[in-house]
Design a protein around this ligand. Sequence first.
Ligand code: GLA
Length: 380
Amino acid sequence: MTPEETVREGFVARFGTEPRALVRAPGRVNLIGEHTDYNGGFVLPMAIDRSTWIALRPRDDLRVIVHTLDLEASGEFVLEHLERGEGWLEYLKGVAWALQEAGLEVGGWEGVVSSNVPIAAGLSSSAALELATARAFHAASDFAWNPVEMALVGQRAENRWVGVSTGIMDQLVSATGRAGHAVLIDCRSLELDAVSLPTGTAIVVLDTGTRRGLVDSAYNERREQCKAAAHHLGADALRDVDPERLATDFKGLDSTTLLRARHVVTENARTLAAAEAMRRDDAPALGQLMNESHESLKSDFEVSSDALDAMVACAQTLPGCLGARMTGAGFGGAAIALVKDEKVEEFTRSVERCYRASTRNEPEIYLCRASEGASKASPS
Ligand code: GLA
């Protein structure tokens, strides 16, 4: 059963009638441009064909009643009296709070949620839940759907309600993804430019089967280090520092902060070069930049892990693989590989075998396709 059918049947079973709307929002993988979004820089993610789905019907009052099939749990809240709690419902409450903060009038609804975006794998299951929730409120209310504004609402919910600092990448691509394309995002101006994926290649997700620990504190520490480096260089953000300048103006910066800054500054340049390579349909150049990005995340930014390094090392040596790197915040979760279409099957088998032999972890490997951002599908 597709997740769409699952939530629809789940809704009928729970509420005894057909849902009035079906909405979805996808997870993402980032092709390149890691830890650059909160430095005002560039990212190049794509929305994937794994989404969070909600089947719902509007209510006449201000109550939201939700059941999640994946956790077999239910919860509810009232829009005029939002109170902080714990767990999955906070993402929905956070979106309700951020929509109201943005001055939008929202109505109540009841619904059923299910997702096939793996949790904590670095594929943005939280952004998918936030944007699906925003879509559900849109379906139950009168406000206009503005994808960039809704991404900012999702980010606000995550930063200020759930209390996790993140940049804008995940929510923005979940809101604005395009089938067959990655989206080059300027995280300062929020300008978007869709670029097609290279002809004859596929993106393979390589989930290491390890889940990230201590990621929040390490993420916040990296953000602070980037801020300190920009301040030292008299720049608003590392986005404004070019690689040559970093090579000459670094005096007085401690060696760790310098390495962090070097990653961000070179990663911004790599991301722009990667978008150029895609516009030329130059898959080998894109793959090479992905390999360089992994090396920089591993050695300069130090957010990889033994499992991610083992997976990437396996992938990079296999026939048909043009490049591979970790994706997302790091410390566990998934890597991605750019693989020639005709080698995908062989690659999938071999990378699994190689990774298992070198780590004894159980990986999950799957092809993913670039998909549309958050959308509404009317129940048929
Ligand atoms: C997480 C955050 C994003 C981004 C990445 C690293 O996914 O949610 O905003 O900072 O890490 O590139």
